[in-house]
Design a protein around this ligand. Structure first.
Ligand SMILES: Nc1ncnc2c1ncn2[C@@H]1O[C@H](COP(=O)(O)OP(=O)(O)OP(=O)(O)O)[C@@H](O)[C@H]1O
Ligand SMILES: O=C([O-])CC(=O)C(=O)O
Ligand SMILES: [Ca+2]
Ligand SMILES: [Mn+2]
Length: 671
């Protein structure tokens, strides 16, 4: 095969001819299987092995083995979708047809021309036949209709790494193999720029007005933004398309499609949504919901309802979401969560902003809490199975995770305190907005130069004791987490049902605002159902469902303060994670059910006198404060904030049973 001047005629076997051999030199024989004592392993000569290539290009073509037919096709496969439909029938045609429908302009008849695969392998599709446009009216012919957009459909993490590193500034491989990225100007969600289409149906179904996260927009404006996003995406050389699922409960699974411009976004959603098997992908069909992420491109402030260059628009009727003017990937995850908060209650399923894990005996715990209160940290527990860290459903048959991955805060992350999260930051994980050493690529988790909201997004199976499939039986414990920077809530209290509902509807936390700017005063946040930014219906609808489910299952409610003790932020200190973990252990083990309790003044919370492994002095917050007067003042101040916040809910009945409503109103602070 491969030519070699010294080759003799015996095909594939080679030896110097006897004539050529100098007497002084040993005879070299490389004949396969030759046991010549002189050949041994001393000198391996492979000039005789067969080579299957004659050019460098051929050699490179050997490097990549074709994937099984069901997995995403690699390289420009030669499938073209244009106005006149597919021109080359190959596998993947159905997908391209479906993506073509997703990306179609609503105002022009000339839809996008799509090609599968990376534009750099375009040479392979150079034979693409000309798509005739002569049958179209001249007015409809535009340059955008003549160009091709390459579709990178469900790429693997390795392929997405390559795309990110080649084309996206700010993408790097860290020393542990994660993909470090920058989310751009926005490093957190933009709730003030979220809009929901108010039409005849949603006007009566959704929660609108004071306190509601649903800021309205009309259908027409949505279509204007949608067209803007679609035109932007079609103007690119390539778009990423992810077809994935939400919800591990097979009966209530939702098919989602995410069209985006960045490999970072595609890898983020690959990790965060449920990943289809090759067979499922083959038969994916039409998505139930589609995201158009044109976040690199701003919205137009001349457009009605737009108040900034960012807009995140949800249209429940069209089952679509449009993102303009923000590249923060959390918008996609939490946008879909909002959709689930609409779709699931219609099926009598409760959607929850909570973490969830399960003990060896099958006891399930939910961890509710606002951002940064400890859902991810505390549900990731080496002694328990992780069902999920942030978004769940509670149905007639138990709990299910909505997502396929976790989104952990990374600021001050330490290997000792959070080993499972630390170890999950490896190849495949997206690391947002972290700072790393320019040479070693070691991440400095304490560095807040880009943002304090640094994040890691990884597939749930990166946590060693994750429970796959991510479903479990009905919860036994419902843990409400609050990071109380005022330092007056007890580290642990047991709640009755009315108190659980009161605190669930209140959704309190008090993080320390802008530590960098030296702000001393903690700021209280009340966010109904511990997730007002994501709920679609009135909070009492979710509260009624939670009460009903907790009652039916005999679940116990707990309030855990993961914030300050011994004083407010500035004088006290944050409760040690190790103590909070001991408290959580005691809830799981059931030992807290038999503890002796005392009641606190004002909030009327039942606090245990002892918890194994936790200093008893900190269990009653007043004990931990040196200045008792300051404690009382701060407690009253917080109670006042709770009371003010709850005023909006006093006129609402919770569930069918008016009796519980009265009890809930009475379960708040008394002063
Ligand atoms: N006592 C404590 N209990 C829980 N978390 C603590 C404690 N002390 C410090 N922390 C830190 O607080 C942060 C909690 O963040 P976590 O990622 O768990 O938030 P989250 O509730 O999952 O928020 P989000 O919904 O935004 O993802 C972590 O960085 C954790 O290390
Ligand atoms: O959505 C995000 O950006 C992070 C998150 O989980 C939350 O804020 O609850
Ligand atoms: Ca989290
Ligand atoms: Mn969250």
């Amino acid at each position: 095969m491969a030519g070699n001047g010294n080759e003799n005629t015996t095909d594939g076997e080679f030896s110097f001819s006897a004539a050529a051999a100098r007497d002084a030199l040993p005879r070299i024989t490389t004949e396969k299987g030759a046991k010549s004592p002189t050949s041994r392993d001393v000198c391996h000569d492979d000039t005789a092995s067969r080579v299957n290539f004659q050019t460098i290009d051929e050699l490179h073509s050997l490097q990549k083995k074709r994937s099984a037919p069901t997995t995403p096709l690699k390289e420009g496969g030669g499938v073209v979708m244009g106005t006149s439909g597919p021109t080359t029938p190959v596998s993947g045609e159905t997908m391209l047809q479906s993506v073509s429908a997703s990306l179609a302009s609503l105002t022009r008849e000339t839809g996008p021309k799509l090609i599968r695969g990376d534009p750099t392998s375009a040479a392979k599709v150079a034979h693409v036949p000309h798509t005739p446009t002569s049958s179209l009216p001249a007015a409809d012919v535009s340059d955008s209709a003549l160009k091709f957009t390459h579709v990178l459909h469900n790429l693997s993490p390795a392929e997405l790494y390559e795309q990110a590193i080649k084309y996206e500034k700010g993408s790097f491989v860290t020393s542990t193999g994660a993909l470090a990225t920058l989310s751009g100007a926005k490093t957190g969600r933009s709730p003030k720029d979220k809009r929901v289409v108010k039409d005849e149906t949603t006007a009566s179904e959704l929660w609108w007005g004071k306190g509601s996260p649903n800021i309205e927009m009309d259908e027409q404006t949505f279509l204007v933004n949608r067209e803007r996003a679609v035109d932007y995406l079609n103007s690119l050389d390539k778009v990423f398309v992810n077809d994935q699922y939400l919800n591990w409960d097979p009966e209530n699974r939702i098919k989602v499609r995410i069209v985006s411009a960045r490999a970072y976004h595609s890898l983020f959603m690959h990790n965060m949504c449920i990943r289809p098997t090759p067979e499922e992908l083959e038969n994916f069909g039409t998505p139930d919901f589609t995201i158009y992420n044109a976040g690199k491109f701003p919205c137009n402030r001349y457009t009605h309802y737009m108040t900034s260059s960012t807009s995140v628009d949800i249209n429940l009727g069209r089952r679509e979401m449009v993102i303009l003017g923000t590249q923060y990937a959390g918008e996609m995850k939490k946008g879909l969560f909002g959709v689930m908060h609409y779709l699931m209650p219609k099926r009598k399923i409760l959607s929850l902003h909570s973490g969830c894990n399960m003990g060896k005996d099958g006891d399930v715990a939910l961890f509710f809490g606002l951002s940064g209160t400890g859902k991810t940290t505390l549900s990731t527990d080496h002694n328990r199975y992780l069902i999920g860290d942030d978004e769940h459903c509670w149905s007639e048959s138990g709990v299910s995770n909505i997502e396929g991955g976790c989104y952990a805060k990374c600021i001050d992350l330490s290997r000792e305190k959070e080993p499972d999260i630390w170890n999950a930051i490896k190849f495949g994980t997206v690391l947002e907005n972290v700072v790393f050493d320019e040479h070693t690529r070691e991440v400095d988790y304490t560095d807040k130069s880009v943002t304090e909201n640094t994040r890691a997004a990884y597939p749930i199976e990166y946590i060693p004791n994750s429970k796959i499939p991510c479903v479990g039986p009905h919860p036994k414990n419902v843990i409400l987490l609050a990071c109380d920077a005022f330092g007056v809530l007890p580290p642990i209290s047991k709640l009755n049902l009315a108190q659980t509902m009161y605190h669930f509807i209140s959704g309190y936390t008090a993080l320390v605002a802008g530590t960098e700017e030296g702000v001393k005063e903690p700021r209280a946040t009340f966010s109904a159902c511990f997730g007002a930014a994501f709920i679609m219906l009135h909070p009492t609808k979710y509260a009624a469902m939670l009460a009903e489910k907790m009652q039916a299952q005999g679940a116990t409610g707990w309030l855990v303060n993961t914030g300050w003790s011994g004083g407010s932020y500035g004088s006290g200190s944050r409760i040690k994670l190790a103590y909070t973990r001991k408290i959580i252990d005691a809830i799981h083990s059931g030992s807290l059910l038999t503890a002796t309790y005392q009641k606190t003044e004002i909030f009327g919370l039942e606090i245990p006198n002892e918890v194994e492994g936790v200093p008893s002095e900190i269990l009653e917050p007043m004990n931990a404060w040196e200045d008792k007067v300051a404690y009382k003042d701060t407690l009253l101040k917080l109670a006042g904030l709770f009371r003010n916040n709850f005023e909006t809910f006093t006129s609402h009945k919770i569930g069918e049973d008016g009796k519980l409503t009265e009890e809930i109103l009475a379960a708040g602070p008394n002063f």
